[in-house]
Design a protein around this ligand. Structure first.
Ligand SMILES: Nc1ncnc2c1ncn2[C@@H]1O[C@H](COP(=O)(O)OP(=O)(O)OP(=O)(O)O)[C@@H](O)[C@H]1O
Ligand SMILES: [Mg+2]
Length: 237
């Protein structure tokens, strides 16, 4: 079932066309990857879909309802949740305190909450509940960021460069966590520049270039697409 359906989405900043008529459909059992060069519109797409920015034109439908232009907090409450590149936690509080706050906040929106301990176990932070968030290594902060996003009880989680700054083993652990999300009823749409990660976890890849979708399909097909190779490798036409 299609949960998120974007049609003809356009976003301009003055003369800059950041999104130039994007169509996109994501289901709740999907892991969809968004790739493309710097400045191709990936983060802007997440910003518009999650209400941080208003669309200039086009439609964003979530579970059949038009949400384009709604406030970010309203969209998050409907289960469409994003993470930011900066880990969003309270650095002076412990891991457990952070999880409790996120849990309390998420509990307002109605459905049954996952208890914080289970979330921390899920992301591999069990045993670290009493550590001060801000003193943990970067990889653990990222996991905490993921646990906090999950505490909002998303049905679709949008991850913006979750592997940026992680080493290979941290990236592999993150991949293991992300792969399990659809089985728990959480669809995933993620942006990342790490092509090994993207091809190993995404069922489908969408390639943006200058705000337009230039390819979509299975990772192995997309990466062999001529237009995509031109964008990434500057291959001759
Ligand atoms: N708030 C903004 N105001 C003005 N221009 C913006 C704003 N946000 C993005 N842009 C412009 O829109 C275009 C797309 O930017 P965006 O951040 O979406 O790219 P991206 O694909 O996420 O790039 P990266 O891989 O570097 O994160 C760029 O030209 C950028 O300068
Ligand atoms: Mg970006």
């Amino acid at each position: 079932m299609i949960a998120l359906e974007v049609k003809g989405l356009r976003k301009t900043f003055g003369g800059v066309v950041a999104l130039d008529g994007i169509d996109l459909a994501v289901g709740l059992d999907d892991i969809v990857g968004i790739v493309g060069p710097n400045g191709s519109g990936k983060t802007t797409l997440f910003n518009v879909v999650t209400g941080a920015l208003k669309p200039s034109a086009g439609s964003v439908r979530w579970l059949g309802e038009e949400i384009g232009g709604m406030a970010a907090y309203q969209i998050a409450r409907k289960g469409l949740v994003r993470t930011f590149q900066q880990a969003m936690s309270f650095p002076a509080l412990t891991v457990r305190e952070n999880a409790l706050i996120a849990h309390e906040h998420g509990a307002r929106s109605g459905t049954r909450a996952v208890v914080p301990d289970a979330l921390l176990r899920f992301v591999g932070l069990d045993g670290r509940e009493d550590e001060i968030a801000g003193s943990m290594p970067f990889g653990n902060l990222r996991r905490l960021g993921l646990a906090l996003a999950l505490a909002a009880r998303p049905r679709l989680l949008l991850l913006d460069e979750p592997a940026a700054g992680l080493n290979d083993s941290e990236t592999e652990q993150l991949a293991g966590i992300i792969r399990r999300l659809p089985g728990l009823g959480v669809g995933v749409c993620l942006i990342d520049h790490d092509m090994n990660l993207m091809t190993s976890i995404c069922q489908r890849l969408i390639v943006l270039d200058f705000g337009a979708k230039i390819a979509e399909g299975r990772p192995e097909d997309v990466l062999n697409d001529r237009k995509v190779m031109e964008v990434y490798l500057g291959a001759p036409t």
